[in-house]
Design a protein around this ligand. Structure first.
Ligand code: ZN
Length: 278
């Protein structure tokens, strides 16, 4: 039978198959191959022996949280306290795109902004929408509820951005580990592996905050370039096919930055990122 792992506690795996739940173990062979079954994995398993025999090919996997086959990442982004960081948002968008996950942006704490600050924020909000991202405000609860259906979604965003507040607004019965206090206290405290995918609005949601360790761990400069999605629209007009949009002459991306078609903060963040990667 083929099912999906929805919960991992140490070496116990809960497999969901045709709306039934099976508590399984994994074969020693996985240990030999250094393969670790993850929450989100589609697996072949023996119903009688309650044994996982094969992990099907993953479309992606994250280290923290240890979840595979993720479809969407909801980036909760505070624009109040903590203050909006376009650098952090662009970094997360780039990493998420690189992992073949669809990023969705949710801006929070707009009520803390003055009128003029709000106007400035709208420039960003509209820009991210215009380049093709799904963007919500954390008050748009009924719209956000629609994103989960038939998907595995992880929540991410800086500490204090309001992930737990958002989840509580979505479903007050959920007690996810995204709560800011446990996030701060929990690190290093629990040595047992415990990851769970929880049912939410006809989809599954990882119960741990995602991407807390933000780094371009296995991305090259060109990976970073290729995952600034709006640059790809213009790059064919650059003089050099492999243009990094940096010091090259006749770079169309730079021209578009100059004309205000590409947000200058996006371009500055991009340069900042590629310079950090060797
Ligand atoms: Zn260029």
């Amino acid at each position: 039978m083929i099912g999906r792992i929805v919960k991992v506690i140490s070496n116990q795996f809960t497999v969901l198959c045709n709306n039934q739940i099976y508590d399984c173990t994994a074969r020693g062979i996985f240990r030999k191959n250094r393969e670790v079954p993850l929450a989100g994995d589609f697996v072949e398993f023996d119903v009688e022996k309650k044994l996982i025999t094969k992990i099907l090919k993953r479309k992606n996997e994250l280290v923290r949280p240890p979840v595979s086959n993720i479809d969407k990442a909801l980036i909760v982004t505070s624009v109040g306290i903590p203050a909006f960081s376009s650098n952090l948002l662009d970094k997360m968008l780039c990493i998420i795109e690189f992992n073949n996950i669809t990023p969705i942006i949710c801006f929070s704490k707009l009520d803390l902004l003055s009128k003029s600050e709000l106007e400035e924020m709208k420039t960003y909000i509209n820009y991210y929408k215009n380049i093709g991202y799904e963007v919500y405000l954390n008050t748009e609860i009924s719209e956000i509820k629609q994103i989960f259906k038939d998907n595995v979604t992880v929540f991410t965003g800086q500490t204090g951005a309001g992930k737990s507040t958002l989840l509580n607004s979505l479903n007050p019965n959920l007690n996810l580990k995204t709560d800011e206090v446990s996030e701060a206290l929990g690190r290093g405290k629990h040595t047992t592996r415990h990851t769970e995918l929880i049912s939410l609005f006809d989809g599954l949601v990882a119960d741990t905050p995602g991407f807390s360790a933000l780094d371009f761990y296995d991305m090259s400069k060109t990976d970073i370039r290729d995952n600034f999605i709006e640059f790809n629209k213009y790059r064919h007009n650059c003089r050099f096919a492999d243009c990094m949009h940096d010091k090259e002459s006749n770079c169309y991306v730079k021209k578009m930055v100059g004309e205000g078609r590409i947000l200058s903060s996006r371009y500055e963040n991009y340069l900042n990122f590629i310079r950090k990667v060797s």
